[in-house]
Design a protein around this ligand. Structure first.
Ligand SMILES: [Zn+2]
Length: 419
């Protein structure tokens, strides 16, 4: 059995790990480089990289498994050769379908608008390109296989790729339906943690799961995102509690958060209930992910992951001014939020910045993606309330102590970060 980390040993994201035997091989994740992490690449370079990887070490049985739906883990799925099977969780595929459907719908609307006007502008070709891009992604997604969910507590069925056996286990991360993998190859037992944490609503199963199933492990592959960051990892419950406190102090509260992070959305929802504020959203993507989460998780989570937000439009302004509000937003809604901000009294308006602070603090990040800083700068009052989607050093150490592997491979970390 051989393990080759193609990318991820000296950068956060862009992960590609290969595990092979004489006849078979699997890849865990095929991610795109995150902005500011590793060399930025063009789509052509990405395609060449994937081709190169698949041209070497060819095996009779090959497949790719994805831990979760963040771009730094699934970003290159479209370049995987057609004869190679790809697997992800149902929820990961569902989220990606929503993402590209929304992109498609938006681009389609724009294209039709331009067609009616019969004008041939740069904007038109831009929309057309987005339409083709989203359509292509949707079609390719269709071919990806999923592992079926069983009842919680029950082990998922393993998937065999030649003589390699892969068993997915749920793990808690800042995106819905993330997984880690137990891999058996050539009498070796490997555990790939994926991206994970213990301090989320769904994190308490982490150590018990490892205790029960990660036994006699030869190689543990863990992420090390937080090894060089000093961020305190507070529990998602505390995030909610802190939010609730500031929500009481301001009439109009915007929360900048990710539409795919089910646990953060739940923390925000709980806070807004506790602060007696109606919950609004204003993006179609967030509306669809919330409907999806509610359909799939409301019952199992006893209502924690049940969302019934109001979808904001300008006709609701009067009502909103009577009741105050919490509105969950993303950086893509900058224009819409600016429009609403102009109609609200500045001193009664607050932004809860609930994303990684590096996006606005780190000059390199701001350079490659200025949106977070720009969004933040629109507000007079801002407070940071966030906790990481990744394991802190303590948790990583606890995982290693629990699994007691013969060897640890640390990926998804900065070059000079050490365990
Ligand atoms: Zn990642």
């Amino acid at each position: 059995m051989k393990i080759k980390v193609h990318r991820g040993l000296d950068q956060i994201g862009g992960c590609i790990t290969e595990i092979s035997t004489e006849t078979s091989r699997i890849f865990i994740d095929f991610g795109q480089n995150l902005p500011g992490n590793g060399e930025p690449t063009t789509p052509e370079e990405d395609e060449t990289l994937v081709k190169k990887i698949f041209a070497q070490n060819k095996k009779q049985y090959e497949a790719v498994f994805y831990t979760h739906g963040h771009e730094d883990h699934v970003g290159l799925f479209e370049y995987i050769p057609e004869d190679v099977s790809q697997y992800m969780s149902e929820g990961t595929k569902g989220l990606l379908e929503i993402k590209y459907d929304v992109l498609y719908e938006g681009a389609n609307l724009k294209v039709n608008e331009f067609l009616e006007k019969e004008c041939d502008s740069l904007e038109y070709s831009d929309a057309l390109n987005r339409l083709i891009y989203a359509d292509n992604k949707c079609k390719l997604l269709n071919k990806i296989q999923v592992w079926q969910r069983t009842s919680p507590r029950k082990v998922l069925e393993c998937i065999c790729i030649g003589d390699i056996k892969v068993t997915p286990f749920f793990n808690c991360h800042s995106i819905y339906d993330s997984h880690m993998f137990f891999i058996e190859a050539d009498d070796k037992r490997i555990w790939h943690m994926g991206d994970y944490r213990e301090h989320g609503y769904l994190g308490k199963g982490l150590i018990p799961t490892l205790k029960k199933y990660a036994t006699d492990i030869d190689v543990l592959i863990t992420e090390g995102t937080m090894l060089k960051r000093e961020d305190k990892c507070i529990h998602e419950r505390i995030v909610s509690y802190k939010m609730q406190n500031v929500m009481r102090a301001f009439k109009y509260v915007f929360v900048l958060a990710s539409a795919t992070d089910i646990e953060r959305l739940a923390a925000i929802k709980r806070a807004s209930i506790d602060a007696a504020k109606p919950l609004y959203i204003s993006s179609l993507f967030m509306k669809k992910t919330m409907v999806y989460f509610t359909e799939r998780e409301s019952k199992l989570s006893k209502g924690l992951f049940s969302f019934e937000p109001l979808f904001y439009n300008d006709r609701m302004l009067k009502k909103l001014k009577q009741t105050g509000m919490t509105m969950v937003v993303g950086t893509s809604q900058m224009k819409r939020v600016k429009g609403l901000l102009d109609k609200l009294p500045q001193e009664e308006t607050l932004l809860i910045y609930s994303s990684w602070d590096g996006y606005y603090k780190d000059p390199e990040q701001v350079k490659v993606n200025p949106k977070y800083k720009e969004f933040r700068d629109m507000f007079y009052n801002v407070v940071d309330i966030h906790t990481s989607g990744h394991a802190d050093r303590q948790t990583i150490e606890k995982v290693i102590k629990t699994v007691k592997p013969k060897e640890v491979v640390c990926i998804h970390k900065e070059l000079d970060a050490t365990l």
